[in-house]
Design a protein around this ligand. Structure first.
Ligand code: AMP
Ligand code: MG
Length: 561
């Protein structure tokens, strides 16, 4: 059964019917979860696992397995996102209800939901890994809002599924706090991302070997409810292709296009190619945003690449503190640094190439797919240049002239420890339009000194190069005759002052583990307005303190979550 934008039903009698289709109109909010307009198109249109056995196993000719969340002992809601509640068309008061707690901690489901775990594969660190699937995620169902938006509600950490392999299907509080906060922070930064509705502890303990050093310990368990149009990944298509299951491959692609890319038209070889080009474009835009804000995903395996071009699967991610394109937060990747910040654009292309190979049987022609891959390269280069010009406060970019200026800055910054976020934010304070006199070296550097981890080390060649660059920068800006205040206002829209610094997330985790979610909620609030200075909250924009340089969770993270 399909549901129209206004919530009305169409095509009755097709596939499995579900409990109820409610009419919800734009702007209308509902006060109980059962009033949500569920329309589980993924499970209705795609083949499900015929075997009803919640044990780790290979699942063939199916896009998902039905599975119920595991009940928890003593769930407690630590935080929720009012913006996501609003997006779902839920009354703000719903978050305080017992129903909300029980459903989003995995203890209860609504009749109209259709809980399931998806089957997908992926390339991990460049190698084909075969079937992976939702090993610790259970999608409860799909809703269509009064505004006509489709959202899937998914619990992460709600117990084992047929895809859990040797693991437990659970998530610990530290990784759940990180996923919850970063999803919402990224959204408010303007970065395409899956969203997070809620964060709850389960009251159960989870065993984890946090450092992979053979010393496991018990940690508090938690569940995050995340929200996205779908959780379909590049790896969903790769697995069907790897098994030569062309029926499933076509069904997956047709479902994805007709449900999520209907503007492209009815599936055909041309439409599959157009769809791939659109995925490439969105992926390019997403990674340009990552580079802009200094986000390092950490595990850009193809099972962690959303078909919607959304940042997905917040694991051992991190934020650049000192600008170092060679940095990755993921200890598992410490040797080769495949997913380091500077490599993310190239990895996006590599991952898209895997997707192109996966859908090739639907197109049966290499050239159009190759051309669509070029979309990624061109889009990325254009958008990246425009983004960097905006970060520098250049109003009318002139790529030929600006490229050397941008390139030289990015070569210069790693030569000394300088905080990426604070450097770009402070660059707006370098005076250009006021007064004609050439500033002294000290005057020129003064607005930026706070961004250096050790300003005393800004000596010798680095100091000379920095000053030379700043004089070129002034010259470039002066050519545009824009008032400094106007330039600053524009730069402050793209250079955030607040990001989810690794050590801030860790401080919030420390408190949450002691039962106090206040800092989680305060960070959620600060990160709601990342581009606006918030008096009294200066401590959230400070560069990483020295103690955090080496502390686990503040610098490097393992995948153990
Ligand atoms: P990730 O690195 O989070 O993308 O996970 C890679 C794969 O391992 C996915 O199939 C996950 O579902 C699975 N996985 C990770 N952690 C767990 C866990 N605690 N229990 C079950 N499966 C897991
Ligand atoms: Mg994953």
């Amino acid at each position: 059964m399909a549901v129209g934008a206004d919530g009305s039903s169409a095509g009755a009698g097709e596939g499995r019917t579900h409990t109820a289709v409610w009419r919800i109109y734009p702007g209308e909010v509902v006060t109980t979860l059962s009033e949500l307009n569920f329309d589980n198109r993924f499970t209705e249109q795609l083949p499900g696992d015929p075997v009803d056995l919640n044990r780790p196993r290979q699942v063939h000719q199916a896009a998902f397995s039905r599975v119920q969340p595991t009940a928890t002992t003593a769930p407690r809601l630590l935080a929720h996102s009012p913006e996501v509640l609003d997006m779902l068309g839920l009354d703000p008061a719903v978050a305080a209800t017992d129903e909300f707690l029980q459903v989003f901690s995995g203890n209860a489901t609504i009749d109209a939901m259709d809980p399931h775990a998806a089957c997908y594969g992926g390339h991990q660190f460049g190698n084909w890994a075969g079937q992976l699937g939702d090993g610790r995620a259970i999608t409860l169902g799909e809703i269509v809002t009064g505004a006509g938006e489709r959202h899937m509600l998914q619990l992460k950490g709600a117990g084992p599924t047929p895809y859990s392999r040797t693991a437990d299907g659970l998530a610990v509080l530290r990784s759940s706090v990180r996923e919850f906060l970063c999803s919402e922070a990224m959204h408010h930064l303007g970065v395409p991302t899956t969203r997070a509705l809620s964060l709850a502890t389960t009251g159960d303990q989870v065993m984890r070997d946090m450092f992979y050093d053979g010393r496991p310990g018990l940690e508090p368990g938690a569940v995050v409810c995340r929200v996205a149009p779908s959780f379909i990944r590049f790896g969903s298509f790769e697995l069907a292709r790897s098994r030569d299951d062309l029926d499933l491959l076509r069904q997956l692609a047709d479902h994805t296009i007709t449900t999520h890319f209907p503007e492209l038209g009815d599936p055909s070889p041309e439409v599959y190619t157009a769809w791939f080009a659109e995925v490439a474009r969105r992926t390019a835009d997403m990674i340009v945003h990552w580079q802009r804000v200094g986000f390092v995903h950490g595990v850009m395996n193809t099972d962690n690449m959303s078909i919607h071009g959304l940042t997905i699967d917040y694991g051992p991610y991190g934020w650049l503190e000192d600008y170092d394109p060679g940095w990755t937060p993921n200890t598992t990747d410490a040797q080769h640094k495949r997913y380091r910040h500077g490599a993310q654009p190239h990895i996006g292309q590599w991952n898209l190439t895997q997707l192109a190979n996966a859908i090739y049987p639907l197109v049966e022609d290499v050239e159009p797919l190759q051309a669509a891959l070029e979309v990624y390269v061109n889009r990325f280069n254009d958008e990246w240049g425009a983004m960097m010009a905006a970060k520098l406060g250049i109003a009318a970019p002139d790529p030929e002239r600006d490229q050397p200026l941008i390139g030289d800055l990015l070569d210069l910054l790693p030569k000394t420890e300088v905080d990426m976020t604070l450097f770009f934010r402070s660059l707006a304070d370098v005076a250009v339009s006021e007064g004609d006199a050439e500033p002294s070296d000290e005057m020129l550097l003064a607005p930026l000194l706070g961004a250096y981890y050790d300003p005393i080390l800004l000596t010798g060649d680095v100091r000379v190069e920095t000053l030379a660059w700043l004089r070129r920068y002034r010259e470039r800006i002066a050519a545009e005759s824009r008032a400094d205040a106007d330039r600053k206002a524009a730069m402050d829209q793209v250079n955030p002052i607040y990001v989810l610094r690794n050590y801030l997330a860790q401080l919030a985790i420390d408190d949450a583990e002691k039962g106090d979610p206040a800092l989680v909620n305060e960070l959620l609030d600060v990160l709601r307005n990342p581009y606006t200075e918030q008096p009294g909250r200066e401590r959230f924009s400070e560069k990483r303190p020295d103690w955090a340089r080496t502390r686990a969770g503040c610098s490097m993270l393992s995948c153990s979550s």
